[in-house]
Ligand binder design. Structure first.
Ligand SMILES: O=C(O)C(=O)[C@@H](O)CO
Ligand SMILES: [Mg+2]
Length: 264
């Protein structure tokens, strides 16, 4: 059984942010995820979840200065104190919203960074992720890392599945897991079924979108029915986040989800 979560940063943007919860519930979603909760008080978001019966399944740590182009700070040397504060803040929200996992974005590295700079990023990333995972373990939460394609996010430090596996291995904390976004994976690595199988034991969350436009999963080059069947055969019990930009309105594009419980 595939459990679909609506990504409220991309879906239902016809509504204001708090209105998106009811819109998602109305078409059969059972969970929600989004980039950041921090513009709202935890009590406000908790009420939106309560009123709709939706589960909060994922959000990201504070990402640094998003408006200025920052995309996380987990690998940025010199920002360790801010990163630790961001972990505390994210876990405060995670506990208030009963959200089991949070995503720590790695950050961007200059394309011409030399080997010494790259090594410093890696060491910072490993140490920061270890800290985050240990803090999260104290309140029974998971921390996720997600390889993101460098076409959409130039310079993003974590872009390949193999790199993520090596980082998970080096950090060595069981509650540090992989956010497998098939959209990014297809663009950077391909070989989606084998990637899923190889990494399955470390997968904490899955996300889907069509490739290359990031529209509905039934638009584009990826055959999601085969991937959903493989997820079910492997016994995946987590969530599948619908993190795509609808081509023509959210409801109009939800037909692909009928067989997974959506009723647009
Ligand atoms: O861009 C994506 O893909 C995500 O999952 C966001 O959470 C940004 O990390
Ligand atoms: Mg994603």
């Amino acid at each position: 059984m595939i459990r679909l979560a609506a990504n409220l940063s991309m879906l239902f943007t016809e509504h204001d942010f708090l209105g998106r919860f009811a819109a998602a519930q109305a078409v059969g979603f059972r969970g929600v995820e989004y980039l950041f909760p921090y513009a709202h008080a935890p009590e406000t978001l908790h009420a939106a979840l309560d009123e709709t019966g939706l589960e909060q399944v994922l959000f990201n740590l504070p990402p640094g200065d998003w408006e200025a182009g920052e995309r996380g700070i987990a690998s940025l040397p010199g920002r360790e104190a801010e990163f630790r504060d961001s972990v505390v803040e994210a876990l405060r929200y995670a506990e208030a919203l009963d959200c089991p996992r949070v995503h720590a974005m790695a950050g961007v590295l200059a394309p011409d960074a030399d080997a010494q700079t790259r090594a410093a990023h890696r060491a910072t990333y490993v140490a920061n992720l270890r800290f985050a995972a240990r803090e999260a373990a104290k309140c029974h939460r998971e921390v996720l890392i997600e390889p993101i394609n460098t076409r959409d996010m130039p310079g993003y430090y974590l872009s390949r599945q193999g790199q993520a596996m090596a980082i998970l291995e080096e950090v060595g904390e069981p509650n540090l897991r992989l956010q497998l976004d098939f959209y990014h994976c297809q663009i950077m690595d391909g070989d989606l079924t084998r990637q899923l199988e190889r990494q399955f034991e470390r997968v904490g969350h899955v996300q889907v979108a069509g490739v290359p436009q990031r529209h509905e999963p039934d638009v584009g080059e990826v055959h999601y029915p085969a991937l959903f069947a493989r997820l079910e055969a492997l016994g995946y019990s987590g969530w599948v986040g619908c993190e795509y930009r609808p081509a023509n309105g959210t409801r109009e594009g939800l037909g692909w989800g009928r067989e997974h419980g959506l009723r647009p």
